[in-house]
Every structure is written in structure tokens, then in C-alpha cells.
Design a protein around this ligand. Structure first.
Ligand code: LIP
Length: 240
């Protein structure tokens, strides 16, 4: 089925996985709250309070899932007092389990991972996405950024999943990732995984990362994050 437009997809599996996770977690923690992609698209208000809240994307990279491109994942974060405590991103096709707990490092299938440490944009491999919005202003900004960056960096890549893009930065396979128009459930787990791997997450204009702003930039170093923020054409979607 489609959601906001013809290329914003949801499958029965998005809904089933979200229900499975919410039912399972609720049975152990009945007072905890949830922000889930599919519940939110049914009109449930997205509200992040100080209560323990699980932020869930049951399938990040739904388009890939529909096409059987194997870059698709489940993204789960636990946020308490608006501080992210746990992040899990699991690609069940490639059996890649990225995880992080605040203050305890980041891991891929149980082995510690760390960012590349790259500081210079001209040497960076950049993750960015076209996104599913067909709003002409948004598409213009995406293409302007791709056009401006291509001659300034080592390369540009897109996995089709914001969460997996961020995990590639955490792994050191890519150096920086940014996207406008994503939602809290796309980036909540990736944020803590990148930071626990030694990287940074900021607003793409250079300020502090704001989970509900629908804007994210993560990088292996703050030098690289700030260098990219200066050259990006900005886009400000409506907040979550
Ligand atoms: C997707 C994101 C991706 C973005 C798509 C979409 P979904 O999430 O991970 O980065 O470009 O527009 O939002 O909808 O597959 O969970």
C-alpha cells in the first residue's frame, strides 16, 4: 500500500513487525510508551515525553524490502528522559546486528565497531538519500546537494535506509551521512550507534541534533560534520 505518495510504501510486514515488537515489549514493560512508524501513519500523535519510550521502525528501507534489495532493517531505540539509552539496528537478510548502549560502545554482531576518524570532506565517502518525498522543493534541494558535493568528495552512496546509512558511518565503511525529511524512527537507533562508535550526530546546519526535527547529519568526526554542514543547501520539513 502507499502512504504519503506513490513511492512511500507500507507492507503487511511493516504492520506485523511493529505489532510483534510492541506486544512483546509491552508484556515486559507495561508502562513504557511507543513511537512507531506505522502507528504514527495511522494518525497517532508523535509525542516524545520523559517516560521510557521505544522508538520503532519495523522496516527501514521498505522500498528495498519490496524490491528484495537486501539493505533493509528493523530499527529500535529506547529513550528515557529524552536521552537515548539503547539502539538496535538489525538487517535480517544479511544477518547484521548493530547495537549500542549508552556509555558501553557500539557493536556489529557482538564485535566492537568504530568510525573511520576521517576529518576532511574531500576524502570522505558520503551517504545521502533521494528520499520518497516528491515535493518539488525537497527534490530540488536533494539534487542541488548531490550536484554540489560530487566534485568535492571521494564518492556518494545511498543504501535506501537512513538507519543502515548511519550504521555504515559507525562501522567506518562510510564517513558521513545526512538526510532531510527522515523521521525519529529512522534515526533514533542510528544516532546512539554512531556516537557510541566514536562519531557525532548534529543538525545538518551545524547545531545540536534534534530527534524530532526530521533532519540528521552524522559523521566520523565533528570537523567533518561541520565542514559538510557549511556547504549543504538546507531543507526544513515540518517537525515530527
Ligand atoms: C526510509 C528511510 C530512507 C528515506 C526514505 C524512507 P522507511 O524509511 O530510511 O532513508 O530516504 O524516504 O523514509 O519509510 O523505509 O521506513
Amino acid at each position: 500500500m502507499t502512504k504519503t505518495c506513490e513511492v512511500d510504501l507500507v507492507t503487511e510486514w511493516d504492520q506485523k513487525v511493529e505489532k510483534l515488537l510492541i506486544d512483546g515489549i509491552s508484556s515486559k514493560f507495561p508502562d513504557h510508551k511507543f513511537i512507531g512508524e506505522e502507528g504514527s501513519s495511522l494518525g497517532n500523535k508523535v509525542e516524545l515525553t520523559d517516560a521510557p519510550t521505544w522508538i520503532i521502525d519495523p522496516i527501514d528501507g521498505t522500498m528495498n524490502f519490496v524490491h528484495t534489495l537486501p539493505h533493509t532493517c528493523i530499527s529500535i531505540a529506547l529513550v528515557i528522559n529524552k536521552v537515548t539509552e539503547i539502539g538496535v539496528v538489525y538487517n535480517p537478510i544479511l544477518e547484521q546486528l548493530f547495537s549500542a548502549r549508552r556509555g558501553q560502545g557500539a557493536f556489529l554482531n557482538g564485535a566492537p565497531i568504530s568510525v573511520s576518524g576521517e576529518k576532511e570532506l574531500r576524502k570522505a565517502l558520503v551517504m545521502m538519500e533521494m528520499g520518497t518525498s516528491r515535493d518539488p522543493e525537497k527534490m530540488k534541494v536533494v539534487l542541488e546537494n548531490a550536484n554540489n558535493l560530487i566534485s568535492q568528495v571521494h564518492g556518494i552512496r545511498s543504501l535506501g535506509s537512513a538507519a543502515l546509512n548511519m550504521c555504515m558511518v559507525a562501522l567506518g565503511g562510510a564517513d558521513v551521512s545526512f538526510e532531510f525529511g527522515i523521521h525519529a524512527w529512522d534515526v533514533a537507533a542510528g544516532d546512539i550507534i554512531v556516537r557510541e562508535a566514536g562519531g557525532v550526530c548534529i543538525d545538518p546546519a551545524g547545531g545540536s541534533f534534534d530527534l524530532m526535527s526530521r533532519r540528521a547529519l552524522c559523521a566520523s568526526t565533528s570537523e567533518l560534520a561541520q565542514e559538510l554542514a557549511i556547504v549543504l543547501v538546507q531543507y526544513y520539513p515540518e517537525r515530527d
